[in-house]
Write a protein that binds this ligand. Structure first.
Ligand code: AMP
Length: 363
């Protein structure tokens, strides 16, 4: 099949590698001539608003998808009007707007932090009546990796948070006292088949994912079932096809949904080596109507993001059960340049391997 992908970053690169194993052909579109996926498959270099380029992109496609959340919704609608597009544009439009995303969780009775929509700084004052303090102000759109967010510990900080977020339409939500951050990667195929990977434990610094551990330690079968149930509600409500990630907080009162990503996700990169079938393979299987691959994992896996500066890749490649993925990007502060997955029989094995890896990365 010929699969069109809007966006061509590292997620596209890993989709392209999975596609070659499934016998699918990918075609990407991105304004970036040097986009990572362009080194692995056909790339149309054009702005997403360029209708002539979009018309060229959809020609002969069997199905289309996207790997980047900030794709203009209009471009996805244009493509979806001409070729079957998964996940459905509704899923992207929901995830692009934090207010709609939180309303979706609430409508599906998935626990989420109390929130209020705000248009102005004076609106923030009123919103705090509902959320209390501390609270987090988040721009409704284009927030990722902790960008477009400000914490309001006391009312004195309303002004600085509003400035930090850029004075744009936003939401205010209660600060969640979480014990850790988890995510569930779920997949639903065009035939309605569903599968879930084990919950993953995620560690962020400055809002950027640094490390994931799978399976998340100490997760009861009941907690896994609850996460799968929440994901199922979203998948079914949105008529979803493809991979969906939901980021959650673990609290003493249970799981609280934070946000969703309608695409393959950084907290699922470990599945390439850590699970029978990767999230990338399963996304492609789902959108092309193939049976889903097994999401079982034999042992345990850890994933370390390579951020800002590149390590000595040749040396890391000499370590056992250490799998280095570089995205071919030039180094820049806070930029995700690659990731490294370690696999072991159990979580203790992963932890000691990660310590060894970290040591090798800093030498
Ligand atoms: P987000 O962009 O929503 O994923 O937020 C980035 C990071 O900020 C999350 O991974 C959390 O560590 C933190 N965060 C976001 N929302 C909240 C909240 N309501 N309470 C506490 N921490 C939060």
């Amino acid at each position: 099949m010929i699969v069109g992908v809007l966006g061509a970053g590292q997620l596209g690169q890993m989709l392209a590698l999975a596609a070659s194993r499934l016998g699918h052909q990918l075609r990407f579109i991105s304004p970036d001539a040097d986009a990572p996926a362009g080194h692995f498959a056909e790339l149309i270099v054009a702005d997403y608003e360029n209708e002539a380029a979009l018309a060229h992109f959809v020609e002969g496609l069997d199905v289309a998808t996207y790997e980047f959340e900030s794709i203009p919704a209009g471009a996805v609608r244009y493509v979806a009007d001409r070729v079957t597009t998964y996940p459905p544009p509704l899923a992207l439009e929901t995830a692009q707007d934090r207010a709609r995303e939180k309303e979706c969780f609430e409508r599906l009775t998935i626990p989420t932090a109390p929130f209020a929509v705000v248009e102005s700084m004076s609106g923030v004052r009123g919103a705090l009546e509902k959320t209390g303090t501390p609270a987090v102000l988040k721009s409704r759109r284009f927030g990722y990796d902790g960008k477009g967010q400000g914490v309001i510990r006391t009312r004195d900080e309303i002004g600085s948070a509003w400035v930090k977020v850029g004075g744009v339409p936003a939401i205010v939500e209660s600060f969640v006292k979480f014990t850790r951050e988890l995510s569930i990667i779920a997949v639903r195929s065009s035939t309605g088949e569903k599968a879930f990977y084990p919950l993953v434990e995620n560690h962020h610094t400055d809002g950027i994912l640094r490390f994931s551990l799978a399976p998340a330690p100490g997760v009861s079968s009941q907690m896994q079932a609850t996460a799968e149930d929440y994901a199922t509600r979203v998948l079914d409500a949105l008529g979803y096809v493809g991979v969906l990630a939901i980021e959650m907080f673990e609290t003493t009162d249970g799981l609280v949904a934070n946000e969703m990503a309608p695409r393959v996700h950084n907290t699922g990169h470990w599945t390439i080596e850590g699970a029978d079938s990767s999230q990338f393979e399963n996304h492609l299987r789902a959108i092309t109507g193939m049976p889903l691959g097994s999401t079982e994992m034999g042992g345990a896996a850890g994933m370390v993001n390579v951020i800002g500066t590149a390590p000595d890749v040749q040396r890391l490649r000499t370590l056992d059960n250490v799998h280095v993925h570089m995205y071919g990007k030039s180094p820049a502060p806070k930029r995700k340049l690659g990731h490294i997955t370690v696999t072991a029989d159990d979580l203790d094995g992963v932890r000691s391997k990660v310590a060894q890896l970290r040591h090798a990365m800093t030498r």
